[in-house]
Design a protein. Structure first.
Length: 200
């Protein structure tokens, strides 16, 4: 996506602001609403995200450690990006930031420009992650199909005493005759072909 399209996307972005009710929260919510985001503010930190959330702005507070840990533990690989808001650096604070696994970090005092930039970057990173996950799923499906065809060939070889090349041709011919894919034919062979027993 181009920078212009990303900026346009912000107008309908559903942003969950996990932040105490204070002046900073009002600043953040006001800025997000000005750029057209649909904002929901929640505090204290919930143990699970509500539905229909595109981005999470999370104020990192040490007294919310247990809730933050529970929230992060419940996120799956398609969860929306988290942008951490951090006020100071200390070993315990940095540890909590790392455990939150944010896509971006904003330092206090918050600035509108920094907020907008991190929002766009977090969404761009999330989109890239979703594309990579989609590619990974395709590779997993393809690898699974290759494995099924190999197993079907082994079953035909063992059952009929034919060569690997002949087993492959037999699967291909059957797929063409049925106007199906070799994967579908291989699955049918595996499901219906008895596995030959070895010598006792």
């Amino acid at each position: 996506m181009t920078a212009a399209s990303l900026l346009g996307e912000l107008k309908d972005l559903r942003v969950l602001v996990l932040h105490p009710q204070d002046a900073e929260a009002r600043l953040v919510v006001g800025q997000l609403q000005r750029i057209g985001c649909k904002v929901k503010q929640v505090w204290p930190v919930p143990t699970a995200l509500p539905g229909e959330t595109d981005v999470v702005l999370l104020s990192i507070e040490l007294d919310q450690r247990a809730a933050i840990d529970a929230l992060v533990a419940g996120l799956d690989e398609q969860a929306p990006p988290v942008i951490a808001i951090v006020g100071y650096e200390s070993p315990s604070m940095l540890e909590l930031v790392l455990s939150a696994q944010p896509a971006a970090v904003i330092e206090r005092p918050l600035k509108p420009f920094g907020l907008l930039t991190q929002l766009i970057m977090a969404r761009a990173t999330w989109r890239r992650r979703m594309e990579l996950l989609k590619q990974l799923r395709k590779l997993e499906v393809r690898q699974s199909a290759v494995g099924r065809v190999a197993m079907a060939k082994m079953l035909l070889i063992a059952r009929h005493g034919i060569s690997e090349d002949e087993a492959h041709k037999r699967i291909q011919r059957q797929a063409m005759a049925q106007r199906s894919s070799v994967e579908v034919v291989a699955r049918a062979i595996i499901e219906h072909e008895p596995v030959p027993r070895g010598p006792p």
